[in-house]
Design a binder for this molecule. Sequence first.
Ligand code: PRP
Ligand code: URA
Length: 208
Amino acid sequence: MESIIHVKHPVAKNLLTKLRDINTDSYMFRKYLEEIAQILLFEALKNEETYLKEIEIWIGKGKFPALKEENFVFIPILRAGLPMLNGVLDVINNAQTGFLALKRNEETLESILYYDRVPPLEGKTAVILDPMVATGGSLDYALSVVKNKNPERIFSLNVIGAPEGLRRIAEKHPDVKVYIAGIDEKLNDKGYIIPGLGDAGDRAFNTQ
Ligand code: PRP
Ligand code: URA
């Protein structure tokens, strides 16, 4: 699974443990998702090219390295991807954002698309944000929608995945780099990641 990059930064591990803790409340759960999303983004962009941007500084004009922020399109998968969006926009402030709402049918485990408000992606770097890759059905669906819009490249930032779901994504979308902070043991018979986080959307938005 070469396209799956397990980000093992100790700060990410520490945040992941806080996320797993059942005593973490919704507010802090969202905060930790924001912070892990930033670590994943830093890893994804560690070799990113910069260009020299002319700016005015205190001694006159000068050229300094910058990212083409507008070339990034962050795409959170509603609901649980939303807190991750806050984190990445805090560091790449002028990126574009597109929204995809997907909901997994908890009986069939098939994902249904409710809303696609992703802008045109030609020439852009699409960055999908979703904490959980369980069966991989939601990410697979999101990738098919995003690929139809012809971005230049796609990354996916995810917090925890099950081997089953990650294998599915690696096999079907080997061109997509997936940056993930935790690879857990397995799925249970209801399609939940074990040990995982429980229902990430419910925990983030206090709807258990
Ligand atoms: C969760 C999660 C992923 C999906 C993962 O969303 O945020 O999108 O499940 O499961 P899969 O890999 O088996 O598709 P959910 O459908 O529960 O929606 P929510 O974020 O609104 O709670
Ligand atoms: N969705 C979640 O929020 N958690 C899981 O473990 C699986 C799917």
